[in-house]
Design a protein around this ligand. Structure first.
Ligand code: SF4
Ligand code: ZN
Length: 304
């Protein structure tokens, strides 16, 4: 196969774009897709201060690398979850990455908030990934607001977004369906959130990270076994094999035609938000989920 752009031997085939690219032209393709997502969804303006959540995986590091290469004002944020044999190596990968780029990095340890994930796992009777995700979103939001950043960028790619959309649709979860998209505006104590990789698949992001020589943290989290998101992603990949482009169409058509309807419904039915009595984080209950969790973990540790 020849590169669709310069006609030398292609290294990457992209059936959903009816294209193949050599290494250099793939880099250009990747940049154009990010630029298009940023422009189409008016994610941020030149000069905006962007906080980028960095887990140490390929998506977040590729995102940061690309935004940094575009000359944007980016700061990394790593949340150290305190998971043995996993959090240390991911944090080290993020620190090495930022040091090599000479880029600023903030690290927040959830243990310092009384929420080391192994303790949380022992204290709660729910799937840990949902709880861990809630804690991470809380830290992202708080750091973005307190640091005066214009937005928080995450490395969610098209597979993440389409997989999440499928999960929300299977449950017809109006609150989540009204709130899913590449941009969530700042409101009610929530920071603005953007997903510049929303047009790029996991495979494309992995190719970018590989071609750029980005050293990523590869080992899976020891608590990821039994998580349901890989199953949904695999389902969508099977669909994509038989109908290339269906993932992007599923997501884009939802944004165009589905989301506005769910947003109207949520406006009518959704519970109003108010600041948490403990920490000020927006919540529809008197106390936010993370403060309730902190209490649960403290109680569990005290009774041990
Ligand atoms: Fe947290 Fe689950 Fe991810 Fe592990 S796999 S870091 S527990 S969300
Ligand atoms: Zn709170």
């Amino acid at each position: 196969m020849k590169c669709s752009r310069c006609r030398i031997e292609a290294e990457v085939a992209l059936p959903s774009h009816h294209a193949g690219f050599c290494r250099d032209c793939f880099g250009l393709f990747f940049t154009r897709q990010v630029e298009r997502a940023v422009k189409d969804h008016a994610m941020f303006a030149p000069g905006d201060r962007i906080l980028v959540a960095l887990s140490g995986g390929k998506d977040s590091l590729a995102l940061f690398h690309q935004l940094h290469a575009l000359g944007l004002d980016v700061t990394g944020l790593h949340v150290d979850l305190g998971i043995p044999d996993s959090s240390g190596p991911s944090r080290a990968a993020v620190e090495r990455f930022c040091r090599a780029l000479g880029a600023p990095l903030e690290v927040v340890e959830t243990a310092a908030m009384g929420l080391a994930i192994p303790d949380v796992r022992r204290a709660v009777n729910r799937p840990i990934c949902a709880v861990c995700g809630k804690i991470k979103r809380y830290v992202f939001n708080r750091t973005a607001i307190e640091g005066g950043f214009d937005c928080l960028a995450t490395g969610h790619n098209l597979d993440d977004e389409a997989g999440r959309l499928l999960a929300n649709t299977l449950r017809w979860d109006v609150a989540y369906l009204s709130d899913q998209g590449p941009v969530l505006p700042a409101r009610n104590g929530f920071a603005r959130k953007v997903k510049p990789l929303c047009r790029l698949t996991e495979f494309e992001t992995a190719c970018y990270a590989f071609f750029q020589g980005i050293e990523v943290h590869m080992a899976p989290c020891p608590y990821s076994r039994g998580a349901s998101f890989p199953v949904r992603k695999a389902l969508l990949n099977r669909l994509e094999e038989t109908s290339p482009g269906s993932k992007l169409a599923f997501y884009n058509e939802f944004l165009r035609r589905g989301r506005p309807a769910f947003q109207m419904l949520e406006q009518e039915q959704g519970a109003p938000l108010a600041p948490c009595g403990e920490c000020g984080y927006p919540t529809s209950a008197g106390m936010c989920g993370v403060c309730r969790l902190r209490g649960q973990v403290a109680e569990h540790l005290a009774g041990r």
